[in-house]
Ligand binder design. Structure first.
Ligand SMILES: C[S@@+](CC[C@H](N)C(=O)[O-])C[C@H]1O[C@@H](n2cnc3c(N)ncnc32)[C@H](O)[C@@H]1O
Length: 222
């Protein structure tokens, strides 16, 4: 608590990872810098997911991922959990005119999920790379409680930069997102051990943008 209060004060009392300010330009920025790799990486494993299941998307942003998930995974229920009110509004706009869809929007965080809700698939698109290691591990554990053995997890994030121009881009992004969203971290972390520790097996992974972006499909083991 004391740690949180200290950090909150440093952020001039703004909450962390607040995307309301940049929501209208977020997709455009991503397209300009990463030429579609952000979106493409999130779609990589969608066609391999079992159909007719219950899916959670957390931190989905403007909702560009919703339509592909509906088409490729044909979920029975799709929970769209977003902390930013502006992002939720943009996402809801995309479904205007569609009367019959299984999407339930939840304006909140991992703490807003009813404890008894279970998901067959969890999708975290560029979500974990916003947090300190302590925070991301804690959120992972919370989401893990909503999954039974056999569940799938589609993860996509930036990874530790290994090339000079990736390091430059990482510095630029951290500077930009600190200023615009009060980003909660100074670096990205290796997420694989976090999954492995809780018995999630990486089935396959794929690199994007010359290895600066990674996506992976995990399955929870019994
Ligand atoms: C880096 S953006 C990624 C947006 C989108 N997935 C994409 O790739 O275009 C992170 C998103 O996570 C949301 N977010 C941050 N913390 C969250 C939390 N604890 N629970 C739910 N959403 C959160 C932000 O509002 C933002 O829309």
């Amino acid at each position: 608590m004391a740690y949180f209060s200290f950090r909150a004060c440093c952020g001039f009392m703004r909450r962390f990872n607040d995307y309301n300010l940049i929501a209208p330009i977020y997709d455009l920025l991503g397209k300009l810098v990463y030429r579609g790799a952000l979106h493409q990486s999130q779609l990589h494993f969608l066609s391999e997911l079992p159909k007719g299941k219950s899916i959670l998307i957390i931190g989905g942003g403007t909702g560009r991922i919703i339509q592909p998930v509906l088409e490729l995974a044909q979920p029975s229920a799709l929970y769209y959990l977003e902390m930013s009110g502006k992002m939720i509004a943009l996402s809801q706009n995309r479904l205007k005119g569609l009367s019959d869809h299984p999407v339930q929007f939840i304006h909140g965080t991992q703490d807003s999920l009813a404890p008894n809700l279970k998901f067959d698939v969890v999708i975290t698109p560029f979500f974990f790379d916003q947090f300190t290691y302590f925070r991301l591990a804690k959120i992972f554990l919370q989401l893990n409680q909503h999954c039974e053995p056999g569940s799938y997890w589609v993860w996509s994030d930036f990874v530790t930069p290994k090339k000079a121009y990736h390091r430059f881009l990482m510095k630029l992004m951290i500077w930009f997102f600190k200023a615009s969203t009060n980003l909660d971290t100074d670096q990205v972390y290796d997420i694989y051990p976090v999954f492995e520790l809780r018995n999630w097996k990486c089935l396959r992974k794929a690199p994007y943008f010359d290895g600066f972006i990674e996506t992976a499909l995990f399955q929870k083991q019994s």
